[in-house]
Design a protein around this ligand. Sequence first.
Ligand code: F6R
Length: 610
Amino acid sequence: MCGIVGMLGNRNAVPVLIEGLKRLEYRGYDSAGVAVQHETELELRRAVGRLSELENELTQHPLSSTIGIGHTRWATHGEASVRNCHPHTASEGRLALVHNGIIENYQELKGDLAGKGFPFQSDTDTEVLAAHVADCTAEGDFLEGLRRALAGARGAYAIGLLSLDQPGVLYAARLGSPLIVGKGRDGVFIASDVPAILPQVDEVIYLEDGEVARLSGDGVEIWNLAGEAQELKWVKVEMEDSAVDSGGFETFMLKEVHEQTRVVRGLMDQYVKDGKISFPDLDMSVGHIRTLQRMMIVSCGTAYYAAMYGRLLIEHFTSIAVETDLGSEFRYRSPKIQPGTLVATVSQSGETADTLASVQMAKKAGCPILTICNVFGSSLVRESDHLIYTHAGPEIGVASTKAFTAQLMVFVLLTLHLAEARGELTPESREELLAELQKIPTAIHRVLENKEHIKEIASRHHDGPSSLYLGRRFNYPMALEGALKNKEISYQHAEGYAAGEMKHGPIALINESLPVICICTETEDEVAEKMISNVREVQARAGRIIAIATEGDQRLNDITRDIIFVPRTTECLSPLVNVVALQLIAYYAAQARGTDIDKPRNLAKSVTVE
Ligand code: F6R
């Protein structure tokens, strides 16, 4: 959701800005722009649509300078148009600003600034912020004025700023939206994330909330909002560039789906040593784990479905009572969380605004925070007392796949860890589950090997306007996730439902043209027969059944010919395998429908606004 990149270096910054913006494309955007500084003017190029439009603009009207800022915009205030596109300028073009986040008091500021004669061309809060900064820096020390301007802006921001009054200087600041500073052979940089400037930098600093950075020929300086100089905490960049290219796959999503075997195995290697589970960043004593009575897991979207699975597992194996809630609901209801309740969040990006606000609320209520996250140094990570990284590597496809499977895997390991510490799991059950877990990467690999069959089924059934996904117990969250994946990338309406609830409403939808994806991998537990009965209810109404079933299970043979067989595993671990089949169904449906799979319309990877 919006991306920032900036450079001050020893060569033309424009190609680096464009390359950086391309690397931020995955976050979602609808327009883009760059600004560069010359001695007497700031020059801008902006375009609506894909970055190729901005590149066309730059071919027709080239730009060159060693200092510049760039932005991809995901519209919040005003439609996607050139006039709303960043960078925004103020003071007759003497100042240019790019911004991620939302300035909540922009109407109020705009009224004051209009009264002072500032003209406005756009509908955006960013143009107001640019004018507000110009107003505050018009006299006196520039940095002092900038800090005053930021202190008067309510909301969230990450900004990059150029001013003709500060030649050869690039300013950056953050509050609630991520921003990093980097340095490398060719200069100093700012960006929304590390992948954006990965080829350029050796070391980065993760700016803290309230910090302002000044990048110049003298290097980097950082202050907090009170004006105190901060120590520069450079971190060596360990990420490989191969982690952010599509590695020969037709899309990032397909690459990431295939990476799941490695991600799941990697998590076992990381967190299970000599048969013992340990999380280096969890920092939670056995004594604390034993006193846990309640847990609340808060997250959004796909990560929420991982939370639902986590709840099922933890309640199945321990005596801890677990609730789940969506970040956007939790923060606006009056949750009765007792101090001491462990509040857990799950997030790929670690920047999701609603999850972050929920955490801040829970902290105020005196709850310790556990975060399960994929991004090192992200906002959620900084807010947390206890941490587990999902180590899925950068996820570029907008639709989450490997990060989700990693979240599921972390929940399995966390559950075993909690149950063991509380003495609620026998050594035999623990051994058995760990042995089953060892087989999961191979099981995922086998599903991937079956992709041509899945493709054939998906492309035959995804022509209609809608589809229904059904599952029970551990696979109910997977039905929700399968439907979400399908909606996101194929744009076919899809609904996930608890199979037992079907008769309470959605059964009315079933006819011969509705594909119904039924997750039937349970063969032994108490819901196994019930799921088959639900499938028969669909069959009785001539629904088009696509079943996911366990290899060797004959029960569906007389019900449908469209069966995707997956390797047998313990019921509670089956979601880790089944979800891969669901991802591939969505993927090939999207491919058949000709959508932009890696960058589905309207979606953003990191949802940093409410
Ligand atoms: C779906 C998807 C989103 C995210 C949601 C939360 O494929 O990616 O639903 O799961 O926006 O994002 P994170 O996990 O970054 O908090």
